[in-house]
Write a protein that binds this ligand. Sequence first.
Ligand code: ZN
Length: 450
Amino acid sequence: MKVSELARSAPLPELGRAMHEFMADLFPLCRSITGDGLRETLRRVARVAPLQLQEVPSGTRAFDWTVPREWNIRDAWVADARGRRVVDFRESNLRVVNYSVPVRRRLTLDELRPHLHTLPDHPTWVPYKTSYYAESWGFCLSQEELDRLPPGEYEAVIDSTLADGHLTYGECVLPGTSDAEVLISSHACHPSLANDNLSGVAVAAHLASLLARTERRLTYRFLFAPGTIGAIVWLARNEARLPAVRAGLVLACVGDAGPAVYKRSRRGDALVDRAAAHVLGTRAGGGEVVAFSPYGNDERQFCSPGFDLPVGALTRSGHDRSDRHHTSADDMASVAPGALADSLSVCLDVLSILEEDAAVTSLNPKCEPQLGRRGLYRTFGGRADRAALESALLWVLSCADGVHTLLDVAERARLPFAVVEEAARALESEHLLRRGEVPGAGTGRGRADR
Ligand code: ZN
């Protein structure tokens, strides 16, 4: 099965439920940018997609960065004078500032206060805090919980270790007939948060699982790595491979009810940018396209000027559109199977364009060929999209000068790419059309927007 056929036939409701269950299984693990929670997450991803785990030692340099010591945690709490846990890691791993150094101290509430983090604007939510690159410790709680703590003596315990070890990332490579690569990346370092970014991990893992069973022209490389440092380490270790990357998608925050949002690559005119803009502009569910910005996720590294990779980002509500982001309110209730399936479907539609786009040449370019005689209109009889398919026949023939591609036709005709591609196949079967070069081949760059 080709990727484009998969895009048309994938059982989306069933896949949505499977991704949601997969997230629920991963949700309790205490992930971080290193450590056993991340490792176990990647092992579970490997049950869905064929993943190779890589271990990079602490202290390894990667451009301006260094792989930090590995962090692991077993337990943590703040207990009151009677020994009752008033903040408890066992209740939620968000309760501890991620990467907290080990601590075992008795201290007064006032001494403890600088180590307690809340969200005064959302008094029932618990924030998600990290301290990867500055040694510190702390706890997170709701403002209401903090307000209820009486003055007095407390015990603060963080049973963690910060020691030389490894940073773990996972890579899944699905070779195609071409060496040209599509990079799909998802950060996997957040603890019990759902939309950011177990949703991205779930969609990427299931996308890889589906693509593994297709006939691929392009080679797909899936990267599951801790945010920022993971992408930086991967780039440092794969610099020689980067010219093969012809397109890419960073998947993050793809499980909420908001519309699909595509953020263009830094260059803005890559084939993946055009493909994603076309998909979101023509699909029933709609969507939004925004310009590149150096906020967000690992597109910041992939699109840095030294690489300038043609990599965009697919999100839904995203970090800048939801108060729930990086709080306990980003829980499993904030993501839905239907939204996960919709994001997966957007990915499949974009990848179908990357797979199928090609310049087309009419083999009967002098006046229109007589389509009725060849039964081409009859082929589409009874189809709900018959009018669009018939229109696409004429558009493809009209544009098929050996220069314009199927995506050019789809953009110009304002027809879904899948309809244009199907019309092209019908014309090919009647020997009226030939597909030529794949655009962008050899340069890694798509054509400029028109
Ligand atoms: Zn995040």
